[in-house]
Design a protein around this ligand. Sequence first.
Ligand code: ES4
Ligand code: ZN
Length: 326
Amino acid sequence: AGVDDFLTRLPKVELHLHIEGTLEPELMFALAERNGVELPYADVEAARAAYDFSDLQSFLDLYFLGMSVLITARDFHDLAMDYFRRAAAEGVVHVEMHVDPQAHLARGVSLDTVMQGLISASRVARDELDLSTAMILAFLRDQPVEDALKVLEQAGPWLEHFSAVGLDSAEQGNPPSLFREVFARAGQLGLARVAHAGEEGPPSYIREALDELDVCRIDHGVRAVEDVELLERLSDEGVVLTVCPLSNVRLKVVDHLEQHSLPRMIDAGLNITLNSDDPAYFGGGMRDNFAACQRAFGWSDETMRWLASNAIEAAFMDESRRDALR
Ligand code: ES4
Ligand code: ZN
């Protein structure tokens, strides 16, 4: 794609991105060298070749392995800047990034280290790339609820930098309702709520996230199509869904993009946005996700503009910034 094509020029807002999932093999190897960390891959090509996933868990194993090279604040700064530069080059104007503090705390990397690096990179993005950012404090749903509560308390000094809390990692068997107390506390602290639901988990997890966690957005939500009443509710309430098409293909949520439920979700009147999830692992950023869908579903440029506009309206950003992007 040229730098001049319609989808690159279309101002795109990324609402569903894990910053640790933007770590490209090239930077992974550079940071491994810098920090004296051993990787189980012979080289960059071998790492990419290993990214052949059968489900969410097989991806998560390599995602947690890859981030073992992130040790210092400078590493987190470089991780985010590397991604912000790629995103800006493909026409992304605003990024909301999930951060997984528990994944770093478990390796002896402090929250201060993580936040110093991500905040300094966010400043550079704003000043040099005209790229605005927001952060989402994500809890690992396959870890104890008490750990999530501890992280929320620990995040006190950094709370002004977070717009919301989120819920990610292995979904099956880890229902949203487990985290009711954590999300209620986050709400008291003035944070918005989002949660991954209906990626691998059943439609009932989407209902639970709405009813028990009071979320304003559902991350993924693609299994909503299995439940007609839920579709109607999501449509009536205008709940935002952050769908990640290339992620769904690579994690075998769907066999082929052509079989994805996106067209049915749009027909059902849902408030859909397109996002990239973990672009370094799933073979494409925002532009690639937009392009793959336009091609697979034959969507018009007008539909692509509508999808981009939905994300602008759903973003955690100042009204002045939103007005500038409208
Ligand atoms: C994730 Cl695709 C996906 N689903 C759930 N948790 C995640 N963490 C990073 N990527
Ligand atoms: Zn995700």
